[in-house]
Design a protein around this ligand. Structure first.
Ligand SMILES: Cc1cc2nc3c(=O)[nH]c(=O)nc-3n(C[C@H](O)[C@H](O)[C@H](O)COP(=O)(O)OP(=O)(O)OC[C@H]3O[C@@H](n4cnc5c(N)ncnc54)[C@H](O)[C@@H]3O)c2cc1C
Length: 388
C-alpha cells in the first residue's frame, strides 16, 4: 500500500463515519477500518502496511476525535506490541481494540521493592492451581494502576532455576479480588504511581502471555518498546519540546541574558538537535522492524536533556513564586502544559523510569559498542539460593 492508496482509504472512511458524531463509536470504527496502527495485521487495528504510512493517516485524521495517549502510554507503547508479538489470536482480539480506544487502561507490574534494575530477581510468585494461577507478591512504582483495567505482570513460576529462566508473563486483571492499589506521592506532590499488593490473586491460564518460563524474553519486548516510547517515539519539531520552553524564557527575559547562559543554551540546543535527528533515525529503523538496544541511547539522551533544560529554565526564571512550585493533581505527565517548577521536578524521574541511565549505559556499552560485559556471578545459581 502506498500514500495515495492510504489517503483514499481514509477519505472513504470519513465518508462513512462522521467525526462530529459519538467519539467512542468513531474511534472503534477507525480501529476496525485498520487505521489505528496501520502496520498491525488486518483485523487488529491495522492493514499490514508500512509503519511510515501511519504519519499520513494521523495527518489526514488530525481534526477528528483522538485517543487519549497520556494515560494510556503504557498500553499503547508497551502492552500492545507485547500482546501482538506473544499473544494468542484470542488474546489479541480480546485486548487490542479496547486498549487502543482507551476503554481499558493498562499498567506495568514489573518493579518490586527488591527488584528494579535487576528485574530478573523479582519475587512475586505465581503458582499453578488447575486452570488458574495464584499470584502473591508486591509491586511498586506502578504508574496509573489506580485507573487501570489490566496490568502486564511478570511473576516467578519456578524458584528452582536461575533467575532469568523461572519467570512467566501474565495479563493481570486489576479488578480481581486480592489486588490492592495504594498511591505513592512523588517529589512533584502528585501521585502518578502506586504500590500494588497481590494477595491470592487468581488469574486464569488464558491470561498467560507466552510460554511458562519464557517471561524474561516476553519482558524484553516490553522493555525495548518502553525505552522507545519514553525516549524517541514522538517526533519533535526543531527547537520544540523542552528546548522550546527554555527558548521562550530566553526571549521573554532579555535582562537575564549573559554570555555564560548563552553558551550553555547553545550547547544544549546542539545536543537537542542531535537527539531530535537521532529520534528520526530511530523511527526509520522501527519502520524496518522491532526496536533494538539503540532505543536505550535515545532514552538516555532524553533524560539528560530534559534535566539539563528544565534546570536551565528554572535558573533563568529568578522570579519564580510560590505558585510555580505548588501543584494541582494531575492524571498524566504533561511537560508542556505545566510550569517550569513542575518540569524541573518531574524530569528527575526521567533518568530512573524505564531503566536508569546507569543501566542504559551498560546496555549501550555491551550491546551496541561490544565492550566487555559486567561480571554476572549469579546467572547460573537457582533463584531460591540467591542472597536476599
Ligand atoms: C516516574 C516513574 C514511573 C515508574 N513507573 C513504573 C511502572 O509503571 N511500572 C514499573 O514496573 N516500574 C515503574 N518505575 C520503576 C522503575 O522502572 C525503577 O525505579 C527502575 O528500574 C530502577 O529500579 P529501582 O528503583 O529499584 O532502583 P535500583 O535498581 O535499586 O537502583 C538504585 C541505583 O543503583 C544503580 N544501579 C543498579 N544496578 C546497577 C548496575 N548494574 N550498574 C550501575 N548502576 C547500577 C541504579 O542506576 C540506581 O542509581 C517507575 C519509576 C519512576 C521514577
Amino acid at each position: 500500500m502506498n500514500e495515495p492508496e492510504i489517503k483514499e482509504r481514509v477519505a472513504a472512511f470519513l465518508g462513512e463515519h462522521d467525526p462530529a458524531g459519538d467519539r467512542l463509536e468513531f474511534l472503534r470504527a477507525r480501529f476496525d477500518a485498520g487505521l489505528a496502527w496501520v502496520w498491525f495485521p488486518e483485523g487488529l487495528g491495522g492493514l499490514g502496511a508500512s509503519r511510515e504510512l501511519q504519519q499520513v493517516v494521523d495527518r489526514e485524521l488530525a481534526h477528528t476525535p483522538q485517543i487519549t495517549s497520556g494515560v494510556q502510554g503504557i498500553g499503547l507503547g508497551m502492552a500492545a506490541p507485547t500482546i501482538l508479538a506473544f499473544g494468542t489470536e484470542e488474546q489479541r482480539r480480546r485486548f487490542l481494540r479496547p486498549l487502543w480506544t482507551g476503554e481499558e487502561i493498562w499498567c506495568q507490574l514489573f518493579s518490586e521493592p527488591g527488584a528494579g534494575s535487576d528485574l530478573a530477581t523479582l519475587a512475586t510468585r505465581a503458582v499453578r492451581d488447575g486452570d488458574e494461577w495464584v499470584v502473591d507478591g508486591q509491586k511498586v512504582w506502578t504508574s496509573g494502576a489506580h485507573h487501570s483495567r489490566w496490568g502486564i505482570l511478570v511473576a516467578r513460576t519456578d524458584p528452582d532455576v536461575p533467575k532469568h529462566r523461572g519467570l512467566t508473563y501474565f495479563v493481570c486483571d486489576m479488578h480481581a479480588p486480592g489486588v490492592e492499589v495504594r498511591p505513592l506521592r512523588q517529589i512533584t506532590g502528585e501521585a502518578e504511581f502506586n504500590e500494588v499488593f497481590l494477595t491470592g490473586v487468581r488469574l486464569p491460564d488464558d491470561l498467560r502471555l507466552g510460554a511458562v518460563g519464557d517471561g524474561w524474553r516476553v519482558a524484553q519486548t516490553t522493555l525495548m518498546n518502553e525505552r522507545v516510547a519514553i525516549g524517541g517515539a514522538a517526533s519533535v519539531r526543531r527547537g520544540g519540546g523542552m528546548l522550546g520552553a527554555v527558548l521562550d524564557t530566553w526571549r521573554e527575559q532579555p535582562e537575564l541574558r549573559t554570555h555564560d547562559l548563552h553558551q550553555r543554551l547553545l550547547a544544549l540546543w546542539v545536543e537537542a538537535e542531535v537527539t531530535r535527528l537521532s529520534g528520526a533515525r530511530l523511527r526509520e529503523q522501527l519502520v524496518a522492524g522491532h526496536p533494538g538496544p539503540e532505543g536505550s541511547g535515545m532514552k538516555l539522551s532524553f533524560a539528560r536533556l530534559n534535566q539539563a533544560l528544565s534546570g536551565l529554565d528554572v535558573e533563568m526564571r529568578r522570579d519564580l513564586g510560590y505558585d510555580d512550585w505548588a501543584f494541582r493533581r494531575s492524571e498524566t505527565v504533561d511537560f508542556y502544559g505545566r510550569g517550569p517548577g513542575y518540569r524541573y521536578l518531574r524530569a528527575k524521574g526521567n533518568s530512573i523510569e524505564g531503566g536508569t541511565s546507569e543501566i542504559l549505559r551498560n546496555i549501550i556499552s555491551e550491546r551496541v559498542l561490544g565492550l566487555p560485559a559486567e561480571p554476572r556471578v549469579d546467572k547460573d545459581v537457582p533463584w531460591k539460593d540467591l542472597p536476599r
